[in-house]
Design a protein around this ligand. Structure first.
Ligand SMILES: Cc1cc2nc3c(=O)[nH]c(=O)nc-3n(C[C@H](O)[C@H](O)[C@H](O)COP(=O)(O)OP(=O)(O)OC[C@H]3O[C@@H](n4cnc5c(N)ncnc54)[C@H](O)[C@@H]3O)c2cc1C
Length: 429
């Protein structure tokens, strides 16, 4: 097995427009990239070590909320950080025995949690957020059958008006950065009246307008189906262990030693991005920010997604059940599901929801958000010719996955980075 390519300075464009591209990872980002490459007539092969949507793209909350899509490191996160080390029931959890890689990630994450850096990151997100929903419409028009749903009502719920101030300030800052976001505060009984699932412990609600949501498993399945129908191959159960850039192409090496040659490879391996990408000059660590979810039956389905910012819990109507998701646990992606986190989510929302049977849980799940220390994804060319990466979207890889695929496909095909992607250069330090 090779030790990787010689280090070069800056991305090197591939010599001719690629005709056959390998995508490693069949999550939202990899599948969307494959689909948009197919738009230009490229033949794609998607390699997936497990099965379609086996990673974070399965059990997430499915929110398509440009109004909330912002960098994760921000000054308020530091307060959670302190509490986190002290309590395993906190919505943000860092194990006391952190390894060296996690310590490095956290130190850099904390360094990025300043107002100035947040504003810079937000300015980078705005041009993506503006186009994020359009990219879903392109997929729909091109035959991806699973729908996105307009959230007639998207409610961020609080015990009282004072608790709502933090999010109101953040939304003002998001707006000040140039992001269109339409919201208003409702208090008292009027707040509760916005949704029958809210108890009298909810006394203030911020209502966000113009957001959407989707059913994550249904959507990734449908996207994979669309890729197949257009002639793409999705090879499940193949662990890619190496990628070898060579003159005239890139070889993808599977765990069983088999090699396949492609013109270009796109690494879209979620929280495991570093395993294959580091040797190609991608220095930003990608850390698993693990989240949990489960689904429960409801007497009457909420009218749209419900968000409990203080508890950091997201609820999304999925068919006839409500998906409840939350937690940010900085641990290794492969660690087993910790039932204490599920209990912590249940106990956090029990007083706030009515008509929801939190004890009839199904589909208990843990998955890894691919988090970068500066809160920005890694999208574009690496230092090796023909090797690209797409990932590190943290909390927002579902909302931004399709647009990422659309923009990255342009970069792959034209050999130059679209201007919107400049802040997400995977080679940034
Ligand atoms: C609880 C929770 C709630 C969330 N809610 C939202 C939300 O509401 N909205 C939103 O936008 N985002 C949300 N997210 C974040 C979102 O889920 C992720 O950002 C997104 O799914 C990342 O997609 P991805 O394709 O980059 O990675 P993944 O979906 O993790 O896909 C990566 C794939 O690569 C495969 N792979 C890895 N290594 C290899 C290899 N060597 N060879 C072959 N295959 C490999 C994996 O098996 C996996 O299938 C949430 C996340 C969590 C955990």
């Amino acid at each position: 097995m090779s030790s990787g390519p010689e280090q070069q300075h800056g991305p090197t464009p591939v010599a001719r427009a690629p005709r056959h591209v390998a995508v490693v990872g069949a999550g939202m980002v990899g599948l969307a990239t494959a689909w948009f490459l197919q738009e230009a007539g490229v033949h794609v092969t998607v390699y997936e070590r497990d099965r379609v949507g086996a990673g974070a793209s399965w059990g997430n909350a499915g929110w398509l909320t440009p109004g909330l899509t912002a960098p994760l490191p921000e000054p308020a996160v530091l307060r959670y950080g302190l509490r986190a080390v002290l309590s395993s029931r906190s919505p943000v959890y860092v194990p006391l025995r952190a390894d060296r890689q996690l310590v490095r990630f956290l130190a850099s994450f904390v360094a990025h949690s300043t107002a100035r850096r947040w504003r810079r990151g937000m300015a980078a997100y705005v041009p993506l957020n503006e186009r994020a929903l359009e990219a879903f419409d392109v997929l729909a028009a091109g035959g991806v059958a699973a729908p996105t749903r307009r959230a007639g009502s998207f409610l961020a719920c609080f015990g009282g008006e004072r608790d709502a101030r933090g999010l109101l300030t953040e939304l003002e800052q998001i707006r000040a950065a140039g992001q269109k976001v339409d919201f208003h505060l409702v208090t008292g009984w009027r707040a509760r009246a916005l949704d029958p699932a809210l108890t009298d412990r909810v006394n203030a609600v911020i209502q966000l307008h113009g957001q959407r949501y989707l059913d994550p498993p249904g959507f990734v399945r449908s996207l994979a189906e669309a890729v197949r129908v257009r002639g793409g191959e999705i090879v499940e159960g193949v662990d890619v262990v190496d990628v070898l850039p060579r003159a005239g192409g890139v070889s993808v090496v599977a765990g069983n030693g088999e090699r396949q040659q492609h013109d270009v490879v796109v690494l879209a391996t979620g929280a495991l991005l570093g395993e294959l990408a580091t040797r190609f000059g991608v220095r930003q660590p990608v850390q698993a920010g693990r989240g949990y979810s489960f689904s429960v039956p409801v007497r009457q389905m909420p009218r749209g997604p419900l968000y409990f910012p203080k508890q950091r819990v997201a609820c999304t109507p999925l068919g006839d059940r409500l998906r409840v998701a939350g937690m940010m646990e900085f641990r290794r992606p492969g660690d087993p599901l910790d039932p204490r986190r599920i209990t912590a989510i249940v106990e956090a929302v029990r007083p706030l929801l009515t008509g929801v049977d939190l004890d009839e849980r199904r589909d208990e799940w843990v998955g890894s958000r691919p988090c970068t220390p500066d809160g920005l994804p890694l999208i574009g060319a690496t230092a090796a010719p023909g090797v690209f990466v797409a990932g590190g979207h943290g909390m927002w890889g579902i909302a931004l996955g399709p647009l990422t695929g659309q923009l990255l496909a342009q970069a792959v095909l034209k050999g130059e980075t679209p201007p919107e992607l400049a802040p997400f250069d995977p080679l940034r330090t």
